[in-house]
Design a binder for this molecule. Structure first.
Ligand code: HEC
Length: 444
């Protein structure tokens, strides 16, 4: 029996989004935080009969997933954690070896190669030959990886205090990737039409264990060494905004979204993390500079993004102050969960990250009961809900969408639910791509 469990556990390491406990199995009342394993939970573990808002269980699920995806990857093997290493060990992380957007969606609609392989140079905007652990932050349009996400369209960019734009990177784990490739969802013609009247279930449904990530990166040039040391950073190939040429830069991870499709929550579980020096801390201290704030607390954040995506101003760009809406602070329970994980991750760069929010689909009653896939991701049936008083947006990726709960993760992605199971990126990038620039992101 023990051997079988071990074997299963080993196999599960192959799939981020896999598991330890199945729904319905006994789940402890007290969350057992753990940052020592690269194996995430296969599903949120809520004790049977629990009828309160199960925030701790979801935030813990999110942290375990975070630990699993930032774990060092096994050398030469995409998507697989090196179980002999600890989470703080150097090297490419598991999520960085997943398939990035440009590997899946080619500008000519051609088929991508197998998960473990690498695309030929022409498929990325740097024309670079890539291999294990390489990260290319570039898009052929020059703006797709810089504009923030709107409702299926691109909004203005975010600039940091060093005058550099935040770059976004989308990645898929093997389960999600293989599904896209098997069904040729990289071609728009293969996205099935949504019949009318609308069916109960999305036309396309990703398999359980599918996961996707959106990572936000920043060129750390200009920040002090002390500041830089508090980031997870790595060398990436980055396309320069001013010249269009690519070169190697030290990029720091400023934000991370993770979504995982689980048996009990087929609407995916939506988790979001930030590096903690984005803005001054809430209560005290902080006269120094922060990533997206100059330290002068009297300077408010502009109500609209002053930056346009087209034409894109050259770097260095004049920065503005970002703040977290005082109406939507991070939930105190979520902050407590971060404190526990920061302690567990002490001595690694990951102790400088925090969870901002977990969003999940809600049903009344027994929270251990699975939510049927027929339920959508409307704001009224998701946490924190239409009357939200706590954060649902990431400062680095939904900077100007912090105060309207209708613009929370799930409710925005819900518009892509029927066609592609919430996956906006597939809706936008299936060939021929359909991602447009919002009017507000264009110079008037
Ligand atoms: C206003 C709408 C909107 C909101 C709010 C939003 N997203 Fe997205 N998101 C998008 C769009 C559009 C894309 C695809 C961008 C592209 O085409 O490259 C995307 C892409 C993603 C992806 C890549 C995989 C996919 O689904 O296509 C992840 C993961 C993701 N978002 C997670 C989140 C999380 C977590 C939150 C909340 C903290 C969130 N998003 C909030 C619009 C939104």
């Amino acid at each position: 029996m023990a051997v079988r469990v071990l074997l299963v556990a080993t196999l599960l390491i192959f799939f981020a989004g896999s598991a330890e406990t199945a729904p319905g199995q006994a789940c402890p009342m007290d969350v057992v935080q753990d940052a020592s394993s690269p194996v995430p939970l296969s599903d949120v573990c809520i004790p049977d009969g629990y009828s309160d808002i199960p925030m701790d269980y979801f935030d813990d699920f999110s942290w375990r997933e975070f630990v699993a995806v930032v774990w060092p990857a096994a050398s030469g093997r995409r998507g697989i954690a090196d179980t002999k290493k600890t989470v703080g060990a150097p090297g490419p992380r598991v999520f960085e070896t997943w398939k990035s957007l440009w590997e899946v969606f080619h500008t000519d609609g051609s088929a991508p190669v197998a998960f473990n392989q690498y695309e030929p140079p022409g498929t990325n905007a740097c024309d670079a030959r890539t291999g294990f652990g390489d990260v290319v932050l570039a898009s052929k349009s020059g703006i797709d990886d810089i504009g923030q996400a709107g409702i299926g369209e691109l909004l203005g960019p975010l600039v940091a205090q060093n005058g550099k734009y935040v770059r976004q990177q989308t990645l898929y784990n093997q389960i999600a990737y293989d599904f896209i490739v098997r069904n040729k969802l990289y071609l728009r013609a293969n996205l099935p039409p949504v019949p009318s009247p609308k069916p109960e279930l999305p036309v396309v449904q990703f398999p359980m264990g599918s996961a996707a990530i959106k990572a936000a990166w920043l060129d750390l040039d200009g920040f002090s060494e002390a500041q830089k040391a508090r980031f997870y950073s790595r060398i990436a190939l980055v396309r320069d905004v001013n010249t269009g040429t690519c070169s190697k830069k030290t990029m720091g991870l400023v934000g991370l979204h993770i979504i995982v499709k689980t048996p009990s929550r087929p609407q995916w579980i939506w988790s979001s993390f930030e590096q903690i020096d984005a803005i001054p801390p809430k209560q005290f201290g902080g006269t120094g500079k922060f990533t997206f704030h100059d330290g002068d607390r009297t300077k408010a954040m502009p109500s609209e993004n002053p930056l346009k995506l087209t034409p894109l101003a050259k770097e260095p760009v004049m920065p503005f102050n970002v703040t977290r809406s005082i109406m939507m602070p991070i939930h105190p329970k979520t902050e407590l969960m971060t404190l526990v994980y920061q302690r567990l991750l002490h001595g690694t760069p990951w102790e400088f990250y925090q969870i901002v929010t977990t969003q999940w689909p809600r049903l009344e009653g027994n929270q251990a009961a699975p939510v049927p896939a027929t339920q959508g991701g409307e704001v009224t049936t998701t946490f924190p809900g239409a009357g939200a008083t706590t954060a649902f947006a990431n400062l680095t990726m939904e900077t100007f969408d912090q105060s309207r709960p209708q613009l929370g993760c799930m409710s925005c992605h819900n518009q892509a639910r029927m066609t592609v199971d919430f996956m906006w990126s597939v809706m936008d990038h299936a060939y021929p791509p359909k991602i447009g620039v919002a009017k507000t992101a264009m110079a008037q």
